[in-house]
Design a protein around this ligand. Structure first.
Ligand code: GLU
Length: 406
């Protein structure tokens, strides 16, 4: 797989070519403030001891405490975590929240652990990192395969070790553990708000044919919200399967089917297709909502979507990005499109520090104008400089970060 950190740095170089930020600033942004690797010993249910490798990368805190999720995946490694932490730095600036960028992870397939092992592993991650975490220092959150329940274990462990009772060190918690209303669907909803704000400007019709890759928290919520707003979701996929129904999928039924059978495969009335075929379907909007590097030099020429909404982090490689730009296929970039998640995380952190609870209605009423504002500012920036939206977002973010660092 292409190294995601190299991809992230290629994007930074590109931005530095468009606007002169000065060598010193760009050089500083080529390295995280610190990257930490830990080994986490876990007593397994059979009595044996297993050591897992974990990470926390604190990339940049010019705008506020380091902020970003923790990923559990067998392919997670330090370069991926560094890339994700860099993108969080850009994302928080784009979303206009007072947070810096960080990311964490553990190399593990959580599906192979019992619930008890998963809890011991998650608490172990906190035990090794409690010194550097805290509401004003570094505030982790969920990412791929990390759930509100895991955030609750981590919050509890952090409180046990440090005595901190604010519960503001981790976001994405269950509501009863200090979590925020609306955090679950926030990334998908924020993505919809951004898309809805830019749809006409990027030349898409009122009723779009949509294809969604990935059916985790982000992909499934985005698909549902798009369908609820009169778009037609024709295809979705998860890690094992993909399904297509030209006249539109009933997403409540798709969710139920996945819950009952463990997979999307053989959904009544739909055709089973491969993940590759899904990406190459003709549609108005393609929504990659899974992992990095899914649109690359190898398949970019086969993409038939009219526009792309990146809800995953880093799904398009820099080379493929250039080709899409030349082909006039607009890409609403990850750092804007999926920033609804961290924005509601910021709301959660704020509620915890002030000991308040905001309703889902209040949360969404705050989220909508922030997403619209970020989307329009980036659209203007890109138009003004005749560059693509990702570079519009980068320039806007880098200007903000540079100003604070000086
Ligand atoms: N993991 C999410 C992201 O990539 C959310 C981060 C957060 O809420 O801090 O944006």
């Amino acid at each position: 797989m292409q190294n995601p950190f190299q991809n992230a740095m290629a994007q930074l170089s590109k931005a530095a070519q468009i606007k002169n930020f000065g060598d010193e600033f760009i050089t500083r942004l080529r390295q995280p403030d610190r990257d930490i690797r830990i080994s986490i010993p876990v007593k397994m249910d059979d009595g044996s001891l297993k050591i897992f490798e974990g990470y926390r990368v604190e990339y940049n805190n010019a705008l506020g405490p380091y902020k970003g999720g923790i990923r559990y995946h067998p392919d997670t490694e330090i370069n991926e975590v560094k890339a994700l932490a860099f993108w969080m730095t850009i994302k928080c600036a784009v979303a206009n929240i007072p947070m810096g960028g960080g990311k964490g992870g553990i190399t593990v397939d959580p599906k192979k652990l019992s619930k008890e092992e998963l809890e011991r592993l998650s608490r172990g991650w906190v035990q090794k990192l409690s010194d550097i975490l805290g509401p004003r220092k570094d505030v982790p959150a969920p990412d791929v395969n990390t759930t509100p329940e895991i955030m609750a274990w981590m919050t509890d462990e952090f409180e046990k070790i440090t005595g901190d009772k604010t519960r503001a060190t981790f976001t994405g918690k269950p509501i009863e553990n200090g979590g925020s209303a609306g955090r679950g669907p926030a990334t998908g909803l924020g993505g919809f708000y951004v898309f809805d704000s830019l749809r006409a400007q990027i030349g898409l019709p009122e009723k779009c044919k949509v294809v969604v890759q990935g059916f985790g928290n982000v992909g499934s919520n985005a698909a549902r919200i798009l369908a609820e707003n009169s778009h037609i979701v024709i295809a979705v996929s998860d890690s094992k399967s993909a399904i297509l129904k030209e006249d539109g999928l009933d997403l409540a039924k798709v969710e139920a089917h996945k819950k009952n059978t463990g997979s999307l495969r053989n959904f009544p009335g739909a055709k089973n297709i491969t993940n590759e075929e899904l990406l190459e379907l003709p549609c108005d909007l393609l929504v990659p909502a899974a992992f990095e590097n899914v649109i690359t030099n190898a398949n970019v020429s086969k993409i038939k979507a009219k526009a792309i909404l990146e809800l995953a982090n880093g799904p398009i490689t820099p080379e493929a990005d250039e080709i899409l730009f030349r082909k006039n296929i607009p890409v609403i970039p990850d750092v804007l499109a999926n920033s609804g998640g961290v924005t509601v995380s910021y709301f959660e952190w704020k509620q915890n520090l002030k000991n308040e609870h905001w309703t889902e209605k209040e949360i969404n009423a705050k989220l909508l104008p922030m997403m619209q504002d970020a989307a329009q500012k980036i659209f203007e920036k890109a138009k003004e400089n005749k560059i693509y939206l990702r570079m519009g977002a980068f320039i806007l973010a880098l200007e903000k970060i540079k100003e604070k660092m000086l």
